[in-house]
Ligand binder design. Structure first.
Ligand code: ADP
Length: 259
């Protein structure tokens, strides 16, 4: 099975390509990779067979988020075989291809080539391919949209006005390419103090929902700024794999994505 849409790859014969869901954001650091990982895990818990491509070529983080650091994909018939993770999410990331800590100083065409290699990996048996896009609207996004048109896009934003403005730009890119925006996820929304339990909203509240409403875009839900999400993610344990409120929040988003 290949993710390429034109069906020209003989390996694709007899198998339907996975549905591609691109996860994008207008800027970095808003939790796009965290949402991608946990969306993939939540979809698996909901019964889908899910793979993940880390298209954030210059800042790959999926090997850490899925606890697959140090693993290397092998190639069969010139196609990369995704790396297996403990969470049943096969994954391909530049972090599996580059030396640990190596700076990836590639020009656009090389980076786009890496993206193609990963998307044309052996995704046999996968129903949904979640693609963690780099932030913004550059070369990688264009290659993705032109060559592997996603079936839908999920946009991640924090509640600040500036992040929302950037998120609106990212939505515009998908709109222009004819890729339906499935919805908007508001991340780092509300902070529950681990000491006193008081909730505060350092970045404001409700901004993402109204930005979604204004654009006639579905609001998929909010994930709070939560120390356990950061801690578990850094340890390669996706919070969506657990049973806590974080897992429920990601499950609700996954349900919205597949509705
Ligand atoms: P992006 O992909 O948008 O650059 P990341 O997913 O890498 O962002 O997240 C940036 C940092 O914020 C990471 O350290 C991550 O663990 C942390 N983070 C993301 N979402 C949350 C959240 N809801 N609560 C706490 N920390 C978060």
């Amino acid at each position: 099975m290949t993710a390429e849409r034109d069906g020209s790859n003989p390996a694709a014969e007899g198998a339907s390509p996975p549905r591609i869901i691109a996860v994008g954001s207008g800027k970095g650091g808003v939790g796009k990779s965290t949402v991608s990982t946990n969306l993939a895990v939540a979809l698996i818990k909901a019964g889908y067979k899910v793979g993940l491509v880390d298209a954030d070529i210059y800042g790959p983080s999926q090997s850490r988020l899925l606890g697959t650091e140090g693993k290397r994909p092998v190639a069969r018939d010139k196609r990369l075989i995704p790396v297996e993770s403990e969470w049943d999410v096969p994954v391909l990331s530049m972090a599996h291809l580059a030396e640990p800590g190596q700076a990836i100083a590639w020009r656009g065409p090389m980076a786009s080539n890496a993206l193609v290699q990963m998307l044309e990996g052996d995704w046999t048996g996968v129903d949904v391919l979640v693609v963690d896009l780099p932030p913004g609207t550059g070369d990688i996004q264009l290659t993705m949209l032109q060559r592997f048109k996603p079936d839908g896009a999920v946009i991640v934003s924090t509640p600040q006005d500036l992040a929302l403005l950037d998120a609106t730009r990212a939505m515009g890119l998908f709109d222009k390419a004819g890729v339906p925006v499935i919805g908007l996820v508001e991340n780092m929304a509300g902070y529950v103090c681990p000491h006193c339990g008081e909730t505060s909203d350092p970045f404001g509240i409700g901004g993402a929902q109204s930005a979604a409403d204004e654009r006639d875009c579905r609001f998929l839900g909010r994930i709070p700024l939560d120390i356990t999400i950061r801690r578990d993610s850094d340890a390669g344990i996706p919070p969506a794999a657990g049973q806590g409120p974080q897992a429920q929040a990601f499950a609700a988003i996954a349900a919205g994505v597949t509705e």
